[in-house]
Design a protein around this ligand. Structure first.
Ligand SMILES: NC(=O)c1ccc[n+]([C@@H]2O[C@H](COP(=O)([O-])OP(=O)(O)OC[C@H]3O[C@@H](n4cnc5c(N)ncnc54)[C@H](OP(=O)(O)O)[C@@H]3O)[C@@H](O)[C@H]2O)c1
Length: 258
């Protein structure tokens, strides 16, 4: 068994009341974020859709190091399941103080002329509606302030022509949500920020039909490589932290300069 270091335990003591929900945290950027928050002393709820084994691995990674974590299966595109998720967190960990809206899906690359309404609505309900509803449930509980980070994408700026304009547009909506909500709740001491990852080594590219997409595009990335989930998690954790206490309505690009 891995024992927590003194440094980790000290950090845990100072952040003992921080309770975070990370949506889509069984894999990729969400898993890296949950692990980092767990190491920083947050109690973390790892939300996932299907992959119980991966979610349990993230929980184990945190708890064997002396942290506190639970996993909860919920399809966050479904409003009633989001409500159940937050009620579960109330019971198991307490009232949420920090939210990471991280879920995001891609469908196989296509031009707009070949997209039907069912596809577009699937993207929008998972990538946009879920963020609104998770924010709503978090805000109801953030009576003494809090922080939210919405995971957008560099696609919000590029538009992703010939690949997935639907996905890119969903991320544009998230940037607007981040801006608007940050102004709506700033006076309540709740900060709302975003990150725009780009070209991060996760499973999502295979879902888009091109597992090696980052290899193809690396020469066009100023830093000449894809990023790691941890490099995005670090930006998310900073935005959530008290070190970013005067930062709200801000979106950080984690895109290797692209
Ligand atoms: N990777 C990149 O290059 C990149 C670039 C820009 C932006 N982003 C954004 O970063 C975020 C994370 O992406 P990623 O690449 O880490 O994704 P990923 O590796 O494909 O992981 C997706 C995660 O979301 C969960 N999930 C999917 N649909 C869900 C739903 N309806 N309800 C609850 N959980 C759901 C999955 O759970 P299961 O394991 O149970 O399936 C998994 O934990 C997304 O918002 C994405 O758009 C990624």
């Amino acid at each position: 068994m891995v024992i927590a270091t003194n440094q980790e335990l000290n950090k845990a003591m100072t952040t003992i009341n921080k309770i975070a929900v990370v949506s889509g945290a069984s894999r990729g950027i969400g898993a890296a974020t949950a692990k980092l928050l767990g190491a920083q002393g947050y109690a973390v709820c790892i939300n996932y859709l299907h992959n119980r084994i991966a979610a349990d691995e993230v929980v184990k990674h945190i708890t064997v190091r002396g942290g506190r974590a639970v996993a909860y299966q919920a399809d966050v595109s479904c409003e009633s399941q989001v409500v159940d998720l937050f009620n579960f967190v109330d019971k198991e960990l307490g009232a949420i103080t920090h939210l990471v809206n991280n879920v995001g899906i891609l469908l196989p690359q296509a031009k707009l002329i070949d997209m039907d309404a069912q596809r577009i609505n699937t993207i929008l309900s998972t990538n946009v509606t879920s963020y609104f509803i998770c924010c709503r449930e978090a805000l109801k509980r953030m009576q003494t302030g809090g922080a939210i980070v919405n995971v957008s994408s560099g696609a919000a700026r590029s538009g992703s022509p010939n690949e997935y304009i639907d996905y890119a547009a969903s991320k544009g909506a998230i940037d607007t949500l981040t801006k608007g909500l940050s102004l709506e709740v700033a006076a309540q001491g709740i900060r709302v920020n975003g990150v725009r990852p780009g070209f991060i080594h996760t499973d999502i590219h295979a879902d888009g039909g091109e597992p090696n997409r980052i290899t193809r595009l690396s020469p066009q990335i100023p830093l000449q490589r894809g990023g790691s989930p941890k490099e995005v998690a670090t930006a998310i954790a900073w935005l959530l932290s008290d070190e970013a206490s005067y930062v709200t309505g801000t979106i950080i690009d984690v895109t290797g300069g692209k």
